[in-house]
Design a protein around this ligand. Structure first.
Ligand code: ZN
Length: 192
């Protein structure tokens, strides 16, 4: 498992709700936490590890053994309140950051790995990371939510990422979008 970077096909995929959780999936989730900590992140979504499934992991402490490890399966966000501007980055856009307006407070309903439903009213950093990760499940990146002026300042960086992917593809080191789509389809048939 590895974190895929912009403009990887799976980052634009609208992930599908999970219908079952098995030992293999629990192992994948544990690997997601490991990858997230390695990259010093506080959240990581299925799409970012090439999985087309509606789940993401969060630990706002960014360190194993600290803070709380949370798994959100089939999350539903509702009741946004207020607006707050804040700086965001993304493990799929390494080195890039930008200002994004998010709801200040948000309600989340989701399931954990045991299949138990949980509900929470979030604010602060927690609210921001959950909105950021939930966007990933819909194929949305934080850069999509930046202002027009903000987007201009990162355009060159995005183009560099795009060139890099094209180079890998030209060298035959990256599979085709069709091949990725087929693989995602197999995941969906297994778990959704
Ligand atoms: Zn992200």
């Amino acid at each position: 498992m590895q974190i895929v970077t912009y403009p990887h096909y799976t980052l634009r995929y609208k992930s599908q709700p999970l219908k079952r959780v098995d030992a293999a999936l629990r192992k994948l989730v544990a690997e997601m936490f490991d990858l997230m900590y390695e990259a010093n992140g506080i959240g990581l979504a299925g799409n970012q590890v090439d999985l087309p499934l509606r789940l993401f992991v969060v630990n706002v402490a960014a360190e194993p053994g600290k803070g709380e490890e949370l798994v959100f399966i089939n999350p539903v966000l509702s009741h946004p309140k207020g607006n707050e501007e804040g700086e965001e980055g993304c493990l799929s856009l390494p080195g890039l950051s930008g200002s994004v307006v998010r709801a200040k407070q948000i309600h989340v309903q989701a399931y954990n790995l045991k299949g138990e439903e949980f509900n929470a009213n979030l604010d602060g950093l927690f609210a921001r990371v959950v909105q950021h990760e939930n966007d990933h499940l819909d194929g949305v990146l934080f850069t999509d939510r930046m202002t027009t002026t903000g987007k201009l300042t990162i355009r060159e960086s995005l183009e560099e990422f795009e060139l890099e992917q094209q180079n890998l593809r030209d060298l035959g080191q990256l599979e085709s979008d069709e091949a990725i789509a087929q693989r995602l389809d197999e995941w969906v048939q297994k778990y959704c």
